[in-house]
Design a protein around this ligand. Structure first.
Ligand SMILES: NC(=O)C1=CN([C@@H]2O[C@H](COP(=O)(O)OP(=O)(O)OC[C@H]3O[C@@H](n4cnc5c(N)ncnc54)[C@H](OP(=O)(O)O)[C@@H]3O)[C@@H](O)[C@H]2O)C=CC1
Ligand SMILES: O=C(CO)COP(=O)(O)O
Length: 310
């Protein structure tokens, strides 16, 4: 098949290499390369978008006239700030694609997939999620190999939401590690982070099982435990006392959790819900707390019942 990969960053290049290993034809497009976007997609059977969240709306609007059988595969992990209004939930990247191309099959690729490890040839598994199961299975066959195992899943929105939310928790966990607070604290934060993710998921009416799958718990574990994760790196450096400006100056690549935190704070405000971890991460990023105080605030919240919805 002919696959046009939009975005030649860490993830786009890695996915392009996986498909090329399976003998698919690849066109890699990046805004830096100068090829017109419409020319790059003219032969595509599949358009794989692996750019940062901030570019998805603009790029999807630039594409036009796609045949309705072209499969759009979204690999971005984020939420759209512009669409978080009082009455609507923020849109996910695949929903921006669906709005631009209502007749095309849309698939989301998400899972514990640190690009650096996959580039090193290490094994990984992921999820191709779509309400169009045939399209998800096509993605399975394009990307699966002895070192990359792709599961199909019908819960596109749930899988995609997990990928966006875990980045915020990874910033918090990185901060905890940067402060050297130990394994017990880290485990508690990951577990309560998963609870916060599922609480948010109820707004989208996401099945619990998705949160305990590869795109949920799996990706949360990967992102919260690897120094390759940019979101973890941001948190770790905050915990070590750096400012967000210093961190972003040195960071290689995109840490989507920063933007996603801003979306979640807006959502918490609109929906009048408490998101203890995201709110502390937001304050850290906005310079209104310190790492030590953020962790202390989480520890000193009123004690409650473990599986209560609050
Ligand atoms: N790296 C990883 O391990 C994984 C990343 N992801 C997700 O994939 C997405 C991309 O991440 P990653 O590749 O690592 O990030 P990088 O920072 O390495 O690359 C980002 C890419 O997005 C492009 N881009 C950013 N803004 C725009 C825009 N407005 N218009 C067009 N292109 C734009 C960049 O283009 P340019 O180079 O011109 O700036 C670049 O190609 C993120 O949502 C991330 O969460 C998902 C799974 C794994
Ligand atoms: O999504 C990822 C791993 O699955 C990559 O995480 P980072 O964006 O934090 O590097």
């Amino acid at each position: 098949m002919h696959i046009t990969v939009i975005g030649a960053g860490a993830w786009g290049s890695t996915l392009a290499a996986l498909a090329a290993e399976n003998d698919h034809q690849i066109t890699l497009w990046s805004r830096r390369l100068g090829t017109p976007l419409l020319e790059a997609v003219s032969q595509a059977d599949v358009i794989l978008c692996a750019i940062s969240m901030q570019g998805v709306r603009e790029i999807s609007a630039q594409l036009a006239g796609l045949a309705s059988d072209v499969i759009i595969l979204s690999a971005t992990k984020g939420l759209d700030l512009a669409t978080a209004t009082v009455d609507t939930l923020p849109l996910l990247p695949s929903q921006l694609w669906q709005a631009a191309f209502p007749d095309n099959p849309i698939v989301v690729l998400s899972g514990p997939n640190l690009a650096t490890e996959i580039q090193q040839g290490l094994p990984a598994a992921t999820v191709a999620a779509s309400d169009n199961l045939a399209a998800a299975k096509t993605m399975q066959s394009i990307f699966s190999s002895h070192r990359f195992r792709v599961y199909a899943n019908p819960d596109r929105i749930g899988v995609e939401l997990c990928g966006a939310l875990k980045n915020v928790i990874a910033i918090a966990v990185g901060t905890c590690d940067g402060l050297n607070l130990g394994t017990n604290a880290k485990s508690a934060l990951i577990t309560r982070g998963l609870a916060e993710m599922t609480k948010l998921g109820s707004l989208w009416q996401i099945e619990f099982s998705t949160f305990y799958g590869l795109a949920g718990l799996g990706d949360l574990m990967a992102t919260c435990s690897s120094a390759f994760s940019r979101n973890y790196q941001v948190g770790y450096a905050l915990g070590q006392g750096q400012t967000i400006e210093q961190i972003l100056h040195n960071l290689q690549g995109t840490a989507e959790g920063i933007n996603t935190t801003a979306v979640l704070l807006q959502l918490a405000n609109q929906q009048q819900i408490e998101l203890p971890i995201a709110q502390q991460v937001g304050q850290l990023l906005n310079h209104t707390t310190t790492p030590q105080l953020a962790m202390q605030t989480l520890m000193e919240r009123q004690v409650g019942i473990e599986h209560s919805p609050d």
